[in-house]
Write a protein that binds this ligand. Structure first.
Ligand code: FES
Length: 262
């Protein structure tokens, strides 16, 4: 039995939509930006070059855990040892998995890539709907575990940002434009990570009485405030992570020198 918009329990409307506004703009913008990001990040992840320019390490390659990492970029050692492919492929699985299973991104890319549905009150082309109850989409439920991984990765990126206060000789007290860019990037990543729906649940879920857990209640309240803007944080942090990588790429390829403030 059909469970889509043609299902017997649904109102039989022959038009695809009765909406008069430009509802297609949002999914089109999502499709364009996501496609651009996928192309760019894939190119950068497989290129395996120009991801470190002292003291800046690209977020795509952090932590760099392979013996193939360029000198100076492995602040957490090289426990992976020799890895024949780009070291970015070891680590990117976690932030990408986090974004791919994000509740907001799911809505965005289900609409933009699968037209499921393309927008509110616009009929989807599919004849049936199984939601996220079967393989492969049931795997979206591991989002909460990706959240733990994202906390770890964002902590590592915070550590990288602290290291960006060193100069080429390893002395502290350096601050360049790259340092500022990394601070902005890691701030936006924290806002995105801490505004996650799973974060709210981890902080305040499964409690019967908030009154008996005042600390968790307070933290849950903060996460809830951030959660209101989760979609915006998802977008701006996507741009910031790509732009941070691009900036370091331009430095590493010698396009210009990092402007230094002190
Ligand atoms: S819901 Fe978007 S990152 Fe968790």
């Amino acid at each position: 039995m059909s469970t889509g918009v043609t299902g017997t329990g649904r109102a039989q409307v022959t038009e695809k939509t009765l909406r008069q506004d430009r509802w297609w703009l949002a999914p089109l913008a999502t499709f364009t930006v996501f496609t651009a990001f996928i192309v760019y990040s894939t190119w950068r992840a497989v290129s395996n070059a120009n991801y470190y320019d002292t003291p800046y390490l690209s977020p795509f390659y952090s932590p760099c855990l392979s013996t193939e990492c360029v000198s100076g970029s492995s602040d957490f050692g090289t426990p992976i040892g020799f890895f024949p492919l780009s070291p970015a492929l070891i680590i990117l699985i976690f932030p990408l998995g986090f974004r791919l299973t994000c509740y907001y991104y799911r809505k965005a890319y289900y609409r933009a890539f699968w037209f499921s549905p393309p927008a509110c009150a616009v009929a989807e082309p599919h004849g049936s709907y199984t939601g996220e109850t079967r393989f492969p989409l049931i795997a979206q439920n591991i989002h909460r575990y990706f959240w733990y991984a994202a906390m770890l990765v964002t902590s590592v990126l915070t550590f990288d940002t602290v290291l960006a206060f060193r100069d080429e000789d390893g002395d502290w007290g350096h601050m360049g434009l790259g340092t500022v860019i990394m601070i902005i990037n890691v701030t936006l990543l924290w806002l995105y990570t801490l505004s996650c729906h799973s974060c709210r649940h981890v902080m305040g879920g499964r409690l019967r009485h908030f009154s008996k857990h005042p600390v968790r209640y307070r933290v849950w309240g903060l996460a809830s405030k951030l959660n209101v803007r989760h979609a915006q944080y998802a977008w701006v942090s996507l741009f910031s992570v790509a732009l941070t990588d691009l900036y370091i790429y331009l430095l590493a390829t010698g396009q210009f020198d990092d402007p230094r403030f002190f």
